[in-house]
Design a protein around this ligand. Structure first.
Ligand code: ZN
Ligand code: ZN
Length: 292
């Protein structure tokens, strides 16, 4: 059994990298990928522990990107080479833009009479502070009676407190991953298309494949047998690779277990990773984005 989708405290998981490695080893996982949101820090920190424990640790990332006006998560797997320094620099610029958005969001909310500080939200969101953390503090301080209300009235893109954040388009995310020597895979496709009419999945993934997407996350805690069959079929028809993982976040999402997923719906064989390792991703092909 392997797990190619997990998060540490470097993004929004609750396990420090060392503990995540220990859990993977205790579970007998044959391989683990750390795919923190927009940062490689968790992987970097975990690597020596994985080496010491003899665990096959795969370097991964999960990027937030925009596709047709909505946020789409894009996984990147670095199977043949470590990500380039250019890619690491680009991630740091992205983190700076998130911090800048958070500063502007605090100002905007204060101007609307919501008294919260950056320190308060950063205390719970750490390096990945985002709108869900703002919502939690607003709830704690009694400005709203639910997280949903915080989004509906203040934080959603149609709400009065909304502050735009620069998010890369999916084509840039795909190309950045390819340029850095990685394999781009669409994360939990069921979430992208869940509000769409039936039959849109294949059209959507076809459009992404034309932008350079190389794989689809067929196996995921949110995918039942029907979704697995659907995305496997699409991947085969479009000649895309298949990836899979639990999306483990530790105590933050207690129903999802490392390796096993939700209610034991996952048991991803090692052959999935063996196959991915045979895919050649020529680094530096296609259009390169300059750092601006
Ligand atoms: Zn995700
Ligand atoms: Zn994830």
């Amino acid at each position: 059994m392997i797990d190619l989708h997990s998060h540490t405290t470097a993004s929004d998981g609750s396990c420090i990298p060392e503990d995540l490695i220990r859990q993977a080893v205790d579970l007998g996982l044959e391989a683990l990928a750390i795919t923190d949101h927009d940062t490689l820090d968790g992987y970097d920190e975990a690597l020596p522990f994985a080496k010491a424990a003899g665990l096959d640790l795969v370097c991964g990332i999960e990027l937030s990107t925009k596709f047709r006006g909505r946020t789409v998560h894009l996984l990147g797997y670095f199977l043949q080479q470590m990500p380039t320094q250019d890619f690491r620099d680009w991630l740091r610029i992205g983190q700076e833009s998130r911090r800048d958005r958070n500063r502007r969001l605090v100002e905007r909310l204060q101007s609307l009479g919501v008294d919260i500080t950056l320190a308060e939200v950063q205390a719970i969101g750490r390096t990945q502070t985002g709108r869900p953390h703002f919502a939690r503090i607003m709830l704690q301080k009694g400005y709203v009676s639910s997280l949903q209300q915080a989004f509906d009235e203040f934080l959603d893109c149609s709400a009065i407190g909304y502050v735009e954040r620069q998010e890369a388009k999916i084509e840039e995310g795909i190309q950045r991953i390819l340029d850095a020597g990685g394999l781009p895979s669409l994360a939990h496709p069921v979430r992208v298309a869940e509000n769409e009419v039936r039959g849109k999945h294949e059209e959507m993934i076809t459009a992404m494949a034309e932008l350079g997407l190389r794989a689809v996350e067929v196996y995921h805690s949110d995918h039942g047998p029907r979704e697995v069959a659907r995305y496997r079929g699409i991947a085969q028809r479009l000649q895309l690779e298949m990836t899979g993982g639990s999306d483990f976040h530790g105590d933050v999402k207690p129903k999802i277990r490392l390796g096993h997923g939700r209610d034991g719906n996952l048991n991803i064989p090692r052959t999935v990773l063996d196959r991915l390792r045979q895919v050649r991703v020529p680094a530096g092909v296609g259009h390169s984005f300059g750092l601006s």
